[in-house]
Design a binder for this molecule. Structure first.
Ligand SMILES: NC(=O)c1ccc[n+]([C@@H]2O[C@H](COP(=O)([O-])OP(=O)(O)OC[C@H]3O[C@@H](n4cnc5c(N)ncnc54)[C@H](O)[C@@H]3O)[C@@H](O)[C@H]2O)c1
Ligand SMILES: [Zn+2]
Length: 362
């Protein structure tokens, strides 16, 4: 599989291409988009710009007469409306029209921000995603969610906006640091646990190849993840039902992320949250104690933390209650019905949750 088509409202919508480098970018762009754009802006951040921007801009220069670039300081702190304003100004100055295109070259921050700008500039212009982190390849670039943070609220302002194409150069993962790689692995392990037992087993069997970032192993892993996420978002594009399963580990994970002031990566916090959610799944009798321990071992295999220090269970519970994913006063919790199968659960008491959180406190 070198290409995966994602449907939206039951119609073919966009292709995701998996490649080892940028060689085919121009060719697949021409065949997928089949449209002459008057302007193209490649958006990236200060790290990615130094690594890949020149090569990507050069490729687009062969496809369009007016190609420019825009980059901002790397990091979540830039994912806000101020940066979006600077991008709008840049696009206005460069005379972008409704026949112009944005290219998001970077991780989830670049993808979410560029997608949001594309959804809103001139009431919507086309954009494509060229994700360069593991997290953005296996998660954020699939599904059409875009947005920025507002004050202290994460992803508070956003829009659903489908890209015209996603081009994954899996070779870019070679330059990603270990922490950001582990962050993406949190979502990868989550995808296995909620929907594919065999893939979860594959992850345990192929740890050395994945950690050595062997192309074949990464290509298989990224494609498998995109297929899992594609399946979920096609059935439930606006999160009314099973898309909530993707929140496995996130309810408590987000709370931990917030409380440790984002000093631990998102995927790492989700990993810790998955330990709690797996503990609760065990308590409900859905998974065995040895399966629970096996999940912890799998996270450790991929250098993910399975506990946190300096926080209290009460604080974590409190913070999780202010999260967006609540139904009425109850926390909507995703649990495992089995390894490879998820479900929603609404009836945990505070005592249940505190007991689960205790498992991950140092
Ligand atoms: N839209 C969605 O559905 C969705 C889903 C999950 C997460 N997200 C969002 O994604 C964001 C996190 O994404 P992320 O983890 O990719 O963060 P990121 O975009 O900040 O990238 C992490 C770091 O890696 C650097 N980087 C990127 N590619 C690189 C490469 N190939 N080599 C070396 N360094 C590289 C970046 O400059 C940055 O410093 C969050 O804002 C989160 O809210 C969105
Ligand atoms: Zn996540």
């Amino acid at each position: 599989m070198e290409c995966l088509n994602v449907k939206y409202e039951n119609k073919p919508c966009y292709n995701i291409h998996f490649r080892p480098d940028f060689t085919d970018l121009a060719t697949v762009f021409k065949s997928d988009l089949n449209k002459q754009y008057d302007n193209i802006c490649v958006v990236s951040d200060s790290n990615v710009a130094g690594l890949y921007l020149a090569e990507v801009v050069q490729i687009f220069k062969g496809l369009c007469d007016n190609v420019c670039s825009f980059s901002f300081d790397a990091g979540e702190a830039s994912k806000n409306l101020d940066t979006v304003s600077l991008l709008y100004e840049h696009l206005i100055m460069k005379k972008f029209t409704r026949s112009s295109l944005l290219v998001a070259l970077g991780g989830g921050v670049v993808g979410d921000l560029t997608g949001f700008a594309a959804a809103t500039f001139l009431r919507g212009i086309d954009f494509i995603q060229v994700p360069t982190t593991l997290l953005s390849q296996v998660d954020s670039s699939v599904g059409g969610k875009t947005g920025v943070d507002f004050n202290q609220y994460k992803n508070m302002v956003g829009a659903f906006k489908m890209p015209k194409m996603v081009y994954m150069n899996i070779g870019t993962l070679k330059t990603l640091d270990a922490d950001n790689f582990a962050c993406g692995m949190g979502e990868v392990i989550k995808h296995g646990l909620i929907s594919d037992k065999d893939f979860y087993q594959w992850l345990k069997d192929n740890k050395d190849k994945v950690m050595a970032r062997e192309y074949e192993a990464l290509a298989y892993m990224v494609q498998k993840n995109c297929d899992i996420k594609r399946y979920v978002v096609e059935i439930d594009p606006t999160e009314k039902g099973i898309r909530a399963y993707l929140n496995f580990g996130h309810t408590l994970g987000h709370a931990i992320e917030k409380l440790c002031n984002f000093s631990l990566g998102h995927g790492q916090c989700v990993g810790v949250g998955m330990v709690c959610a797996s503990y609760l799944s065990m308590k409900l009798g859905y998974i065995t104690e040895s399966e629970y321990n096996d999940i912890i071992d799998c996270l450790k295999l991929y250098n993910m933390p399975v506990s946190v220090s300096g926080l209290t269970a009460a604080d974590i519970l409190e913070a999780s209650k202010s999260d967006k994913k609540m139904t009425g006063k109850k926390i909507k919790f995703t649990i495992l019905k089995a390894i490879g199968e998820a479900a929603s659960y609404l009836d945990f008491t505070d005592e249940d949750l505190l007991e689960a959180i205790d498992q991950v406190l140092d």
